[in-house]
Design a protein around this ligand. Structure first.
Ligand SMILES: [Zn+2]
Ligand SMILES: [Zn+2]
Length: 180
């Protein structure tokens, strides 16, 4: 008698044989291994199939520092394990909160521990690394933004009070000669 779980057995992405499932996750005689939980987040068979197909969805994880973040999983090049799909580059900047490197991702800047993070596209303005460096030093000048209605406006960005992100501020034009 074949039960449902048997019918839905996942095929190994490396060799195509049916994966063996145990408490810890899935494995195959060819050396493939996937863990059922990664950093405290459960990987479902459905998700595993998506990852095999290169269509992993964004999963919610919690960093060591206790901050939630989303990340996709992908197969390693040899297709024998799952990896975090991180496309990031070191910005050379340090996190204002914990001092760890700030990394540049496709759509955001984020500390390794994700306690500081900000969208690269903020109010229609794409923040560059140089601008982020200036913002973290509190020396950000005037930037051009675009409202949802498509109207351009000026303002500046600064580190939020809790140092976990950025705050927008209009530039106070009343102060004569102040170009800060
Ligand atoms: Zn295999
Ligand atoms: Zn940090």
């Amino acid at each position: 008698m074949t039960d449902k779980a048997e019918e839905e057995k996942l095929a190994c992405p490396s060799c195509g044989k049916p994966l063996t499932e145990d408490e810890g996750g899935w494995h195959c005689e060819c050396g493939f291994r996937a863990y059922r939980t990664m950093r405290g987040t459960e990987i479902t068979p459905d998700e595993l199939m998506k990852i095999f197909a290169g269509q992993g969805s964004e999963l919610s994880f919690t960093s060591k520092a206790g901050h939630p973040y989303k990340q996709k999983l992908k197969l390693s090049d040899d297709k024998k394990k799952l990896l975090f799909d991180i496309h990031s580059e070191d910005t050379g900047l340090n996190c204002p909160k914990c001092g760890k490197p700030v990394l540049e991702y496709e759509k955001e800047f984020s500390c390794e521990d994700h306690d500081f993070r900000c969208w690269k596209n903020t109010r229609g303005h794409l923040i560059t690394r140089d601008e982020l460096a200036a913002i973290l030093e509190g020396k950000c000048g005037e930037l051009g933004f675009t409202s949802k209605a498509g109207k351009p406006y000026k303002g500046t960005l600064k580190l939020s009070a809790d140092k976990t992100g950025l705050d927008f501020a209009f530039i106070d034009r009343k102060k004569d000669g102040d170009t800060k």
